[in-house]
Design a protein around this ligand. Structure first.
Ligand SMILES: [Zn+2]
Length: 246
């Protein structure tokens, strides 16, 4: 009798527990759902943004990149370019001038780093973790005007700029004779410098060994105390400036 009485009571508890379990699951689900809306969507979709360059800056940089490729292809560079830059680059593992020019001709993806809120560590696999955004990185680093993304997924040149350093002045192309924005000696050297990182990453399949700032500074015998801008200045002086304008 006692057993008969306790059985339905037990069944009743089981039923209540079952309902309670369901309720618990529902509560948890609601909590995580709420968390995913406020945190995941909020941070990853609304705040973590790669912002493209505005069209004026984008066009100016693309023009400079194309002009640089055309000048290298035509050999329309300063006389010192071969001995001071190209011959030295040829000593780095994997460098091939024809391939480098083809890489330049492919263009790339260019972003406004000042308005980009994805994480800086996403573009430099050597840096693990970190919560610094691209915009914060550029703001905190004096003398850094841009950086090129490193990693396997960047098969074309991918650059995050402080757009203030892209010049938009119109100059005549030494190759086509067209008047185009951005063909300044500074932009051409800037494009050469960043494209070396991108090319190194491309041929290194996600690792730019031999093509980082420290490598290029020592290759060209430069003192890096003033920052990597020394690389652009060196290229500008030896390859870009002093070429007769038509
Ligand atoms: Zn650099």
């Amino acid at each position: 009798m006692a057993a008969e009485r306790s059985r339905p009571r037990f069944a009743g508890i089981e039923e209540i527990w079952g309902e309670y379990e369901e309720l618990t699951i529902q509560v948890n689900w609601n909590v995580s759902d709420d968390w995913s809306i406020s945190s995941l969507i909020g941070l990853t979709q609304q705040q973590r943004v790669e912002t493209p360059l505005d069209s004026k800056k984008d066009t100016a940089f693309r023009n400079a990149l194309a002009e640089l490729a055309a000048r290298l292809r035509a050999g329309k560079v300063n006389d010192n370019c071969k001995t001071e830059v190209l011959d030295k680059l040829a000593t780095i593992k994997g460098f091939n001038l024809e391939d480098f020019i083809s890489f330049l001709e492919e263009g790339g993806n260019f972003y406004d780093g000042e308005k980009t809120t994805t994480l800086y560590s996403d573009y430099h696999p050597a840096i693990s973790g970190g919560t610094q955004t691209v915009a914060q990185f550029l703001d905190r680093q004096d003398g850094v005007h841009a950086f090129t993304a490193i990693g396997k997924r960047f098969t074309t040149l991918t650059i995050f700029f402080d757009p203030a350093f892209i010049e938009t002045k119109t100059k005549t192309s030494l190759i086509s004779g067209d008047k185009l924005s951005g063909l300044t000696t500074s932009n051409l050297a800037f494009a050469f410098h960043e494209a070396l990182h991108g090319y190194g990453n491309y041929i290194g399949k996600g690792v730019a060994n031999g093509y980082f700032d420290s490598d290029l500074l020592s290759l060209f015998g430069l003192d890096g105390s003033g920052g990597s801008i020394a690389i652009s200045d060196y290229i500008e002086k030896n390859c870009i400036k002093g070429v007769s304008e038509e």
